[in-house]
Design a protein around this ligand. Structure first.
Ligand SMILES: Cc1cc2nc3c(=O)[nH]c(=O)nc-3n(C[C@H](O)[C@H](O)[C@H](O)COP(=O)(O)OP(=O)(O)OC[C@H]3O[C@@H](n4cnc5c(N)ncnc54)[C@H](O)[C@@H]3O)c2cc1C
Length: 286
């Protein structure tokens, strides 16, 4: 996941204070509207959706949350990703604990939100394979699932088990989380393009391209590779995108495809570059 910037700001700005009156209605949890903190989350990808979901579920009505998305929820990388999850593949790196916690959180979240049905959550066996179309092998490894051409695949190695690897359909996952945050916790989604985040004058405001200004106590910037377009972010550090292709195939008999993810290495000719496509069959039939 790409990093995102979290900007925290001081108490409500003047426009908010003047909007709030003593007759402000109480929310479902008994917190009156005037004392709720306003958080604007810029970006409706998986980072924005997860931030909204967890903030809303932990804050129990004490925070009013708005997600601002330019086009559609999960329209960018968060809708096109492989959706692959691994428990221990970051071990030995600074994010090892985070990756492990994230994997386990996905498992419990799936129990809570009916992940297998709602967004295609399932455990996987993950194989690493070398594809050698020029050197066809005579014997077929028993580790290969039936839908793989055994002659062209060699050296299968199990690099993940159902205990350590899993998947989600990333677009369905992102949308399911945000739908739950909207339905259960009143998170609001606004379609609009964030032009700037204004932190002058003792408060914060998100300025949209169409001229709307959304006042806030805190702003989360989760615009993926576009985050650096905001001077507030680019003044601190640079975030850039990394392009990757995603091709979706619909097999004629999706039920014949078992829950195996494949990490392939493929060298079309001895002198060409080794390519490393990844294959993630989904329970949704793609
Ligand atoms: C092909 C591919 C495969 C991948 N596979 C995996 C994988 O298997 N496992 C894994 O963990 N990760 C994978 N990733 C990485 C993962 O998809 C990304 O890290 C993740 O989706 C980033 O989420 P995000 O919310 O930060 O950004 P994004 O998904 O880019 O969301 C940013 C959102 O901000 C919106 N936006 C942009 N500018 C504005 C603006 N000015 N105003 C309002 N909204 C704006 C965009 O429309 C977009 O919806 C893959 C990525 C790709 C491309």
């Amino acid at each position: 996941m790409l990093p995102h910037a979290l900007a925290r700001f001081r108490p409500p700005i003047a426009t908010m204070a003047s909007e709030a009156s003593s007759a402000a209605p109480a929310t479902a949890c008994g917190v009156d509207e005037a004392s709720r903190r306003r958080v604007i989350i810029c970006g409706g990808g998986v980072i924005g959706a997860c931030t909204a979901y967890f903030l809303a579920s932990k804050a129990a009505g004490r925070v009013a949350i708005t997600v601002v998305e330019k086009s559609a929820i999960a329209c960018a990388a968060s809708g096109k990703a492989g959706g692959f999850l691994a428990l221990d593949w970051c071990d030995g790196t600074p994010v090892a604990d985070l990756a492990r916690a994230s994997f386990l959180l996905h498992r419990s979240l799936s129990d809570l939100l009916d992940g297998p049905r709602t967004y295609g959550y399932r455990a996987l066996t993950t194989l690493s394979l070398a594809l050698s179309p020029s050197e066809l092998s005579r014997s077929r490894s028993p580790a290969l699932p039936s839908w793989i051409d055994g002659a062209a695949a060699s050296r299968p190695r199990t690099i993940g088990t159902p205990e350590t690897t899993a998947q989600v359909h990333p677009q369905l996952f992102t949308r399911a989380l945000l739908s739950s945050a909207t339905a259960e916790h009143g998170v609001e989604v606004v379609l609009g393009e964030v032009q700037s985040v204004d932190v002058s004058g003792g408060g914060a405001g998100v300025v949209l391209r169409d001229g709307r200004i959304l006042p806030a106590d805190a702003v989360v910037i989760a615009l993926g590779p576009w985050s650096s377009r905001l001077p507030l972010v680019s003044a601190l550090f640079h975030i850039s995108g990394l392009k990757a292709h995603s091709i979706i195939l619909r097999p004629p008999q999706p039920d014949a495809i078992s829950p195996h993810a494949l990490f392939l290495s493929y060298q079309p000719t001895p002198s060409s570059k080794i390519l490393d496509p990844e294959v993630y069959p989904r329970p949704t039939g793609t």
